[in-house]
Design a protein around this ligand. Structure first.
Ligand code: NAD
Length: 354
């Protein structure tokens, strides 16, 4: 494997490979950039087909965290950890051992929950490190940011950001999608929803008056806004021709299967709110709580509205797709020289709150 060839294209700072036979722990930590502060990013547990896929996933997610933090103007950088799930993993022991490794980094990497990890896993880590936390309001703040992103797109296209009567198609009614549906419903939007889990769709029909749409059709329904809140890669070479929405704004990471699709969306006159710009609500709240000790983040999450509107206007002026304009801003805020003192993070308090 050519390790440095993997790191160079996106200028990764560090990859840490962790192994412990006793607990079956096999983990990777990718630290993409600490120009702005310590690298924040969740710890994911997943059964990967091989080491290379685990590394690729870890690096992709770490880079996205740097971009998200830079665009949200937070004094932190991007990192991510993945733990390989396999038959020999002794879960409690492995997470505790992983916590000890995280502690040894002295705050350079600080982590929390992600796909596949539970509160119990976080508690196991927290027995060994101060640099792990669990943010109870993550889903709400993520959904609030998405709502503001949608409103900014409406303001940009129609000069009126009211959600009343707007038709919004939501793909995925998980932690974020459900909360978003509730927030949009309260603001008077007409909801169309799809999920692989029919019980969630049924609940949205009963409690929110949403219209059920099949998972196959949610990308192509007649609506004002398409909000992907399930998986990445939803806008691809096939679905882009089926879209009827004028706005795409959701929580899923990597909504565009390829960067180049941004040009096509621009050509079609579709306003795309870049995923990592509008789904930063959870990171903003987590950063405030764990690094600054601030309990309240609403006002800062609400700033996603102005950031999105500014980005849409700037991209239009420059004739660029919004995803590429966002990447450019994020990159301009990363990879700066660091002063000696910037390399040492203050020792934080014990940050786990049960
Ligand atoms: P979740 O696992 O709670 O929910 C995902 C939902 O999508 C599930 O209900 C699942 O059944 C549904 N789903 C999966 N594939 C589908 C498909 N093809 N069609 C329709 N429904 C489908 O996840 P979440 O925490 O709500 O996060 C949703 C997305 O937002 C993820 O991509 C996540 O990475 C991203 N995100 C989440 C947060 C957060 O704070 N939770 C923050 C930023 C970004």
């Amino acid at each position: 494997m050519r390790i440095f060839a993997e790191l160079e294209p996106d200028d990764f700072e560090q990859i840490i490979v962790i192994n412990q036979n006793r607990s079956g722990l096999r983990a990777l930590i990718a630290i993409h950039d600490t120009t702005r502060g310590p690298a924040l990013g969740g710890t994911r547990l997943r059964a990967y087909p091989d080491d290379a896929s685990a590394l690729a996933d870890c690096m992709r997610l770490a880079r996205a965290m740097s971009y998200k933090a830079a665009l949200a103007d937070l004094k932190c950088g991007g990192g991510k950890a993945v733990i390989m799930d396999h038959a020999g993993l002794k879960r409690g022991e492995a997470f505790e051992a992983f916590g000890a490794f995280v502690e040894s980094l002295g705050g350079r990497f600080q982590t929390g929950k992600d796909l596949g990890t539970t509160d119990e896993d976080i508690r196991a880590m927290a027995r060994q490190t101060r640099y792990v936390a669990c943010n109870a309001d993550a889903d709400y703040n993520a959904a609030l940011g998405i709502r503001e992103g949608i409103k900014a797109c409406l303001a940009f296209l129609y000069g009126d950001d009211s959600l009343a009567g707007r038709r919004v198609a939501i793909q995925g009614l998980g932690a974020v999608g459900w909360t978003l549906a509730r927030l949009l419903g309260e603001a008077g939007a007409q909801l169309m929803v799809a999920d692989l889990d029919e019980s969630k769709v049924e609940r949205a029909r009963a409690e929110l008056g949403a219209e059920a749409v099949s998972p196959e059709q949610i990308c192509s329904v007649e609506c004002d806004v398409f909000s992907p809140c399930a998986v990445g890669g939803v806008i691809n070479g096939r679905t882009i021709h089926q879209l009827k929405a004028k706005i795409i704004a959701g929580s899923a990471n990597n909504v565009l299967a390829e960067e180049g699709l941004g040009w096509k969306l621009k050509e079609l006159g579709i306003a795309y709110a870049p995923d990592y710009l509008i789904n930063a609500g959870a990171l903003i709240a987590g950063y405030n709580a764990f690094l600054l000790g601030k309990k309240e983040s609403r006002a800062e999450v609400m700033r996603i509205y102005h950031r999105t509107l500014e980005l849409l206007r700037m991209a239009a002026e420059q004739g660029l797709p919004t995803n590429l304009a966002a990447d450019e801003i994020a990159r301009s805020r990363l990879k700066k020289d660091k002063a000696h003192t910037d390399l040492f993070w203050p020792r934080s308090r014990k940050i786990w709150r049960s």
